[in-house]
Ligand binder design. Structure first.
Ligand code: NPW
Ligand code: ADP
Ligand code: K
Length: 530
């Protein structure tokens, strides 16, 4: 069970500079550097001893039992800085717990504290090797080569040593972050350790939320070493916040329980505008995503020829058949009598439209309703010039691009592949929209510069149509929230978290290959009922 301090700490995300500033405050307040290193590395050593036996570990060791630790070989990779110092403290602790420890220390110049720990390890008789060729076999490697102090590209001989270590079929546990990754962008600086598991120290670093880092991080875990919240707040107070979403935050934005006395229009009326003759299924998936949100009323505008298909899949929805172009796209929005766009609490527009539906996208952009644009809605917006067009909007806009759509929308924003967090932040600031950048780790930014990251998901979602499900879900939540004054960015965060969790649960039950977009819609409600 987490206490309040731990829960707050687990949501904070920092850059390398911010982490350094926070540590400096702690040291300035009197905490000795050496004591902090002991504390941190002691926690890591304890976690290593708890590692459950896996098939990779020979003979199924129970590592928490020191008798069975005997004969278990742990290689400790030691860099020149305090990341190496942490590793050496872990080496010493595991040595005394009965592990068979060796040290790889390829650098001749070490920081003073690191050097002292190395000297002591040597005095204990722990073998120390300088070159990669000398290294004995091991059952586990602990990576303490570089932490958040790494700023330049790695070169040989350490770069080729890392490549060789990656080739061994031995689990690697990285301290703070896999050596070779940039702490903020998650970029690989020359080369990097491919960790099985990473113990992020103290506060989550930005790299953990960058898609390009994921293949290197393995399973990520925060080692909380009691950084005072006051120091965190003092350093972050003027910076735009970057938050890691935890379930409690995501669930708090859902309007549950519903009030006893309510009615369908009080629970939001969403208009979906989607589909074409070519992409009929996208309209169904978007509708099913919206259904799972619990929205009070659902209207779906589709080309006339799709109407009966939609009715058969979503009998509860009002299906609005619209005149269509020769190519089977919606030609114009033809809402029922006495209805206009102001009848809806939110509009979600885009999945499966094709680029022939330009007039409709223009019409919804001109409306004063909260609007979500996705897929072809975004492509059409990009053709209009996203930033200039959105600045004229009177109501809130949410954009949900994947990386390709993002680049078409914001060609002048630095490449989202390099630093997704910064890219989404700038796009939101420039467009005054809330931007949700899809990916393995979806990031959301508001125009004020605040960013939220969804910390876990599954590649099972990398399938056509799963984004359509998100658009429907988000639309339904937004329509409900509009009648309840919940900030729109909170709703976007909740929808993205919910969507990822449904993917995770579905993949657990059905494997990563079993989560087609229709199946995903069936798992959305399980996230709340589990
Ligand atoms: N402060 C504390 O007590 C606490 C710190 N903690 C731990 O400290 C870690 C940060 O420690 P750190 O600042 O010493 O930096 P670290 O990541 O070990 O490496 C920097 C070293 O690498 C060197 N170097 C850089 N680039 C290089 C290259 N391309 N090729 C070769 N060398 C290169 C660079 O040399 P320089 O650039 O100065 O020449 C410098 O010597 C942090 O991640 C966490 O594990 C926690 O225990 C909490 C308490
Ligand atoms: N590797 C991945 N890991 C986790 N989620 C992913 C991954 N790839 C894609 N997704 C998610 O799947 C959805 C795909 O949406 P999108 O690209 O718009 O697909 P479509 O337009 O076919 O519906 C997004 O929510 C995205 O975040
Ligand atoms: K490391």
């Amino acid at each position: 069970m987490q206490n309040r301090q731990e829960e707050k700490i687990s949501q904070v995300v920092v850059t390398a500079v911010q982490m350094r500033d926070i540590e400096d405050r702690i040291f300035a307040a009197g905490m000795p550097v050496v004591a902090l290193m002991e504390k941190v590395a002691g926690l890591i050593a304890r976690r290593i001893q708890e590692i459950p036996p896996t098939p990779l570990f020979k003979g199924g060791y129970i590592l928490s039992n020191s008798l069975q630790a005997e004969g278990f070989r742990v290689g400790i990779l030691v860099g020149p800085g305090h990341n190496g110092g942490d590793a050496l403290v872990v080496a010493r602790e595991l040595h005394f717990r009965g592990y068979e420890v060796w040290i790889y220390s390829p650098f001749s110049k070490l920081k003073e504290l690191t050097s002292q720990h190395l000297q002591y390890a040597q005095s204990l008789g722990i073998p120390i090797y300088q070159t990669i060729e000398q290294l004995p076999d091991s059952d586990l490697l602990i990576d303490g080569l570089f932490g958040f102090g790494l700023e330049r590209n790695l070169t040989d001989p350490i770069a080729s040593a890392i490549n060789q270590l990656n080739e061994l079929s031995v689990p690697i546990y990285s301290i703070d972050l896999p050596s070779g990754l940039h702490t903020d962008t998650g970029e690989v600086l020359g080369t990097a350790i491919r960790a099985t598991h990473t113990f992020c120290l103290g506060l989550w670093k930005l790299a953990f939320f960058q898609d390009q880092a994921l293949e290197y991080l393995g399973k990520a875990e925060l080692i909380d070493f009691d950084i005072p919240l006051a120091d965190v707040e003092a350093v972050l107070k003027n910076a735009p916040s970057i938050k890691r979403i935890i379930p409690a935050t995501a669930l708090a934005n859902l309007t549950l329980p519903r009030p006893q006395v309510t009615h369908k229009y009080k629970e939001g009326h969403l208009l979906l505008i989607c589909g074409s003759r070519r992409y009929a299924g996208g309209a169904i998936l978007t509708g099913l995503g919206a259904r799972a949100s619990g929205v009070g009323m659902l209207s779906i505008a589709v080309p006339e020829s799709l109407k009966s298909l939609l009715v058969s899949h979503l009998p509860e929805a009002i299906i609005v058949g619209c005149p269509e172009t020769e190519t089977g796209a919606i030609a114009q929005l033809q809402l029922p009598e006495k209805t206009d766009l102001s009848s809806f609490n939110a509009i979600a527009c885009g999945p499966g439209l094709t680029r022939d539906a330009t007039p409709i996208v223009q019409e919804v952009i001109n409306s004063d309703r909260p609007l979500i644009l996705d897929a072809d809605g975004l492509n059409i917006l990009a053709q209009m010039g996203a930033i200039a067009t959105l600045k004229k909007r009177l109501a809130v806009t949410v954009l949900t691009p994947h990386t390709g759509e993002f680049q078409r929308l914001f060609p002048d924003v630095p490449n989202a592949k390099h630093d997704r967090v910064q890219a989404v932040q700038e796009a939101a600031a420039q467009s005054k929209a809330i931007v949700l950048l899809k990916g393995a780790r979806t990031a959301i930014a508001n125009p004020q510069g605040a960013v939220w990251s969804i910390p876990e998901s599954t590649p099972a979602l990398a399938r056509g149509g799963s984004g359509d499900v998100l658009t429907g879900l988000l639309g339904g939540l937004l329509a409900q929230a509009a009648t309840k004054e919940i900030p729109v960015e909170n709703i976007v965060v909740t929808a993205a978290w919910w969507h990822s969790q449904a993917g995770i649960i579905a993949a657990q039950e059905r494997t990563e290959l079993g989560v087609d977009a229709f199946t995903l819609t069936q798992y959305l409600i399980k996230v709340l009922s589990n």
